[in-house]
Structures are given as structure tokens and as C-alpha cells.
Ligand binder design. Structure first.
Ligand SMILES: Nc1ncnc2c1ncn2[C@@H]1O[C@H](COP(=O)(O)OP(=O)(O)OP(=O)(O)O)[C@@H](O)[C@H]1O
Ligand SMILES: [Mg+2]
Length: 237
């Protein structure tokens, strides 16, 4: 089967910084892939490219078998949740339902979908709360609910559990476990427990290169690359 997303020999630089150096990665429909690696490895950059928010300098990205020239065309199908999500002032419901509103959905359906999405992230009843009065962890879950609301085919999550306390990490983990069957998910995270228990495959990236990709059992139990081993054992210095 054609992968839903393919990155082929992708290079990306910011001035003299080479963030990605020839990354090739195929993601199957409804697969959950976790991208792990140290700070500055290129995880967020790769995620932005897979989200079609940014173009590679070299190489290409294909979405459902088609080379991507502009991400605009696929906006409704591919959604990225940023590490520090932006909101507009107003209520949780306004923000979560915004994507549906601009698609012209009727108010009653929006209300129902917002309610379901908030329930999914364990924020049932938060509709009328003001965004600015939420905690960091609550905001992160509102951002996830907002992404889930539009029912994307591909969901890209940048550090979805950063700033969350252990119970909320666990909530996010459970949400992902529950939804992953029907959606393609790519997660960039330092949270190795999340990669271990949610991902179908784990990719280790280091200084802009994908060093290895495999099942969580293989990557965490029998890493092939020396640097992967050091990283997963917490010994990379
Ligand atoms: N917009 C930008 N301008 C300049 N340099 C950038 C930009 N975005 C990323 N970089 C650089 O590219 C490299 C990869 O960054 P990236 O954010 O992809 O890493 P990361 O793996 O997500 O790191 P972290 O674990 O800290 O989130 C880093 O050296 C970073 O400083
Ligand atoms: Mg990052």
C-alpha cells in the first residue's frame, strides 16, 4: 500500500544550521510513529515539513502518493499541534470549534463535536472557560481537542506531554491509544514512555539524520546504533 506520507532525502537549513540532513521516512495510513532524539536533533523541523507547513530545501514530501507543492490543499486533512499552541481570546469552545466554524458547519453540530473532543481529552464541561485562565497542561489538551475536532487524517504532535504532570501525561497517552486506530499520528517527544507504549514505530534522529527506525521493542530493547542505545538509556552526554 502507498504510504500516506513520505519524506525522501529531505534537507533543511536555517542559515548555516543544517537542521535536517537527508531524512527519508515513510508513514503508513493509521500508523503511529514517534520521533525521538536529543534537543536540536531536528524533530520539530521534520514535523513541520511532514505537516506541509514548510518546504524542504532539497528532497521531497509526498502525501497520498502525490508530490506536495503547496500544503494549502491539504489543510483540512493534516493538522499539527505545536508545543506552545496559540489561541485567540475567548472561551475554550470558541477556540476548539473554530476550525469547524470556518468550514461552515452548523452551530448544533459544532457544539456536539466540541463537547466530544473536550471529553476525549478529559476536559468535559470546559466549554465556557476563558482560555487565559487555563493552566499550561489544560491549554495543551485544549489544543489537542481543537485538532481532534476537525477529524484530520494525519495528526502531528510536537511534544504533546511537555509541561504536563504525570496524571495528565497519562491522560494524553490514553487519548492517543484510543484514537490511534483510525488516524495517522506522528509524535515528536522526549517522553520515551509515550514512544514505548503508543508508537507502532519509533524513529531516532540525531543531528538532522535518521539513524534508525524500528518497533518500540527493537529501538528500546535492541538498538542497532550506538547513539540510539546511549539516548534510550539516558547516557547520551
Ligand atoms: N526557524 C529557525 N531558525 C533558525 N534555526 C532554527 C529554526 N528552527 C530550528 N532551528 C535550528 O535547527 C535545529 C533543529 O531544531 P528543531 O527545533 O527541529 O530541533 P528539535 O529536535 O525539535 O529540538 P527540541 O528537542 O529542543 O525541541 C536546531 O539547531 C535549531 O536551533
Ligand atoms: Mg522540538
Amino acid at each position: 500500500m502507498t504510504p500516506i506520507l513520505e519524506a525522501h532525502k529531505v534537507w533543511k537549513s536555517f542559515g548555516s544550521i543544517r537542521a535536517l540532513r537527508g531524512i527519508t521516512l515513510d508513514i503508513s495510513e493509521n500508523e503511529t510513529v514517534s520521533i525521538i532524539g536529543p534537543n536540536g536533533a531536528g524533530k520539530t523541523t521534520l514535523l513541520r515539513i511532514l505537516a506541509l507547513l514548510e518546504r524542504p530545501d532539497k528532497g521531497w514530501v509526498r502525501y497520498r502518493g502525490e508530490k506536495v507543492e503547496s500544503g494549502e490543499k491539504h489543510r483540512g486533512e493534516i493538522t499539527m499541534v505545536f508545543q506552545n499552541p496559540a489561541f485567540f481570546t475567548g472561551t475554550v469552545a470558541d477556540n476548539v470549534g473554530y476550525g469547524l466554524k470556518i468550514r461552515g458547519m452548523d452551530k448544533q453540530t459544532i457544539r456536539r463535536k466540541v463537547r466530544e473532543a473536550l471529553r476525549a481529552v478529559n476536559l468535559a464541561g470546559f466549554e465556557k472557560r476563558k482560555i487565559k485562565a487555563l493552566s499550561g497542561g489544560e491549554k495543551q489538551r485544549v489544543a489537542l481537542a481543537r485538532a481532534l475536532c476537525i477529524e484530520p487524517r494525519v495528526l502531528l504532535l510536537d511534544e504533546p506531554t511537555a509541561n504536563l504532570d504525570p496524571p495528565n501525561c497519562e491522560r494524553i497517552r490514553r487519548v492517543l491509544k484510543r484514537i490511534k486506530k483510525n488516524i495517522t499520528v506522528v509524535i515528536a517527544s522526549h517522553h520515551l514512555g509515550l514512544a514505548k507504549t503508543v508508537a507502532d514505530r519509533v524513529a531516532y534522529i540525531h543531528q538532522g539524520k535518521l539513524l534508525e527506525i524500528g518497533s518500540p521493542e527493537q529501538i528500546f530493547g535492541k538498538p542497532r546504533h550506538r547513539l540510539t542505545k546511549l539516548f534510550v538509556e539516558g547516557k547520551l552526554v
